[in-house]
Design a protein around this ligand. Structure first.
Ligand SMILES: [Zn+2]
Length: 298
């Protein structure tokens, strides 16, 4: 019995050490005041983002019918939407205001009304990610339908999805482009089922967003032009929210806290033998190393 306890204690030693290191790091960060709210920064960021949104909407309403100008407007509004999303992320982390009515109201405006993304869904999804980072069983950021993080995860997907996963490196850009559609879908399901954290009227504010967005595009571009604009705007927003793996030099926005594309211990992993190689995934053509650029997008 005592021997068992000693063995358990020895097993838990690394966890204990990691916890102590985390506590010490947190203490130092708090002591340096790095977790203090910065009202000046957020006031400026709100003003700039609001101004950019107004410019984008004004241009949408009053620019001509030139397709290239419309494309530029879609790209510009994709940029603005991601800035709104980053504000919503920080709000959810209580970096702008603490939990309470103001936080909920601002979340409904930034998330539901302006972006069509449920604040309650986002919060539940993102909190789960922070509680279980890179945990394949729980972290939603490593459970993306068209991306296989492990062979087992890939094999658990439908056959046609497995084809996509087999080509996920080549298809990474179009996969990322779908991110914003996925956020809308998950938001609608979450809000309409009144899941954890939803407030009264959460789904109504989402509907108001879609009604306003659709009306604005219909009035300015008609049905055909509006649908094309919405498609391009959503594809670009999803792409900008995500970040193509292996191209850190592009400095594109990243989904907040998305896991690194290459695991910390990638170099320590053993080369799979041909006997253990799965049926689904081909063997790696190149070994990936952290801190070294790889032609992963090629
Ligand atoms: Zn976060």
């Amino acid at each position: 019995m005592q021997a068992n306890l000693v063995a358990v204690a020895a097993d838990n030693q690394p966890n204990l050490q990691a916890t102590n290191e985390y506590a010490e790091l947190k203490r130092q960060i708090l002591a340096l005041g790095l977790m203090k709210r910065q009202p000046g920064y957020y006031a400026a960021k709100f003003a700039i983002t609001g101004g950019l949104l107004a410019i984008g909407l004004y241009a949408l309403a009053y620019s001509g019918s030139d397709a290239w100008i419309r494309l530029a407007e879609a790209a510009f509004l994709a940029f603005v939407f991601v800035q709104i999303g980053l504000l919503a992320h920080d709000l959810s982390h209580q970096q702008i205001v603490g939990a309470g009515r103001w936080n909920v109201t601002a979340g409904l405006i930034l998330g539901n009304l302006l972006m069509g993304v449920s604040r309650a869904w986002w919060r539940d999804n993102h909190d789960t990610h922070h509680a279980h980072p890179n945990d394949l069983a729980h972290d939603p950021n490593v459970n993306i339908i068209f991306l296989g993080c492990t062979a087992e995860q890939a094999l658990s997907r439908p056959r046609w999805v497995q084809w996509v996963i087999r080509h996920q490196v080549a298809l990474i850009v179009p996969i990322f482009c779908l991110e914003f559609f996925s956020m809308h879908y998950q938001s609608i399901v979450y809000a309409f089922h009144g899941k954890r954290g939803t407030v009264r009227g959460e789904h109504v504010v989402l509907l108001v967003h879609y009604a306003l967005y659709g009306t604005l595009l219909y009035v300015t571009l008609g049905i055909g032009g509006g649908l094309i604009f919405a498609l391009v705007h959503h594809l670009l927003t999803g792409l900008y929210m995500s970040r193509p793996a292996g191209r850190p030099d592009l400095r594109w926005a990243q989904l907040p806290d998305r896991a690194s594309s290459v695991s910390d211990d990638a170099q320590k992993q053993l080369e799979p033998s041909s006997a253990t190689r799965t049926r689904l995934l081909r063997g790696a053509r190149h070994q990936l190393h952290r801190n070294r650029r790889s032609p992963i997008m090629a």
